[in-house]
Design a protein around this ligand. Structure first.
Ligand SMILES: [Fe+2]
Ligand SMILES: [Fe+2]
Length: 153
């Protein structure tokens, strides 16, 4: 699948939005202070990531692309389903019944994000050094999320 950088950053935004919703829901679901604190922290960090990828998309648009409905429909057709599950936060309390289920699932999603952002960092050519460095920082932060989550298990 070939994607341009606008599309890549749109997918990244979707992933971050899913993460924010998931951690907000996990926060509500939990009744334990340490868990709540971690989910709150994770949601906050994902919000920063979302801001960054939104900015990156705008930059890419200005540089090379115009806004296009085609990109949106393309993404809907081609989004890898393991990354773009409709609304993963709705799994909490259903498929994900226990806190252990929720945390293990979140760890898998963080790993998906890491893998995806590594792909972006290797495949996007029209990107400046600062932006690339910022993506690498986000990858490190996602890796730290895996560690924060493991501490809850
Ligand atoms: Fe993130
Ligand atoms: Fe994360």
């Amino acid at each position: 699948m070939q994607l341009n950088s606008v599309e890549l950053f749109k997918i990244a935004q979707q992933m971050e939005q899913m993460g924010i919703k998931f951690y907000e829901r996990a926060y509500e679901f939990s009744n334990q202070d340490k868990e709540k604190e971690t989910f709150l922290k994770l949601a906050k960090m994902e919000r920063e990531h979302l801001k960054f990828f939104t900015l990156m998309e705008k930059k890419a648009e200005n540089a090379k692309y115009c806004v296009s409905d085609e990109i949106d429909s393309y993404l809907k057709e081609n989004f890898p389903s393991n990354i773009f599950d409709s609304d993963i936060s709705k799994k909490i309390g259903k498929e994900l019944k226990t806190m252990k289920d929720i945390i293990s699932y979140a760890i898998e999603k963080e790993k998906d994000a890491i893998e995806y952002y590594l792909k972006i960092s290797k495949n996007v050519s029209d990107i400046d050094e600062n932006s690339l460095a910022a993506i690498r920082t986000i990858i490190k932060e996602e890796e730290s999320h895996v560690e924060f989550l493991k501490e809850l298990l």
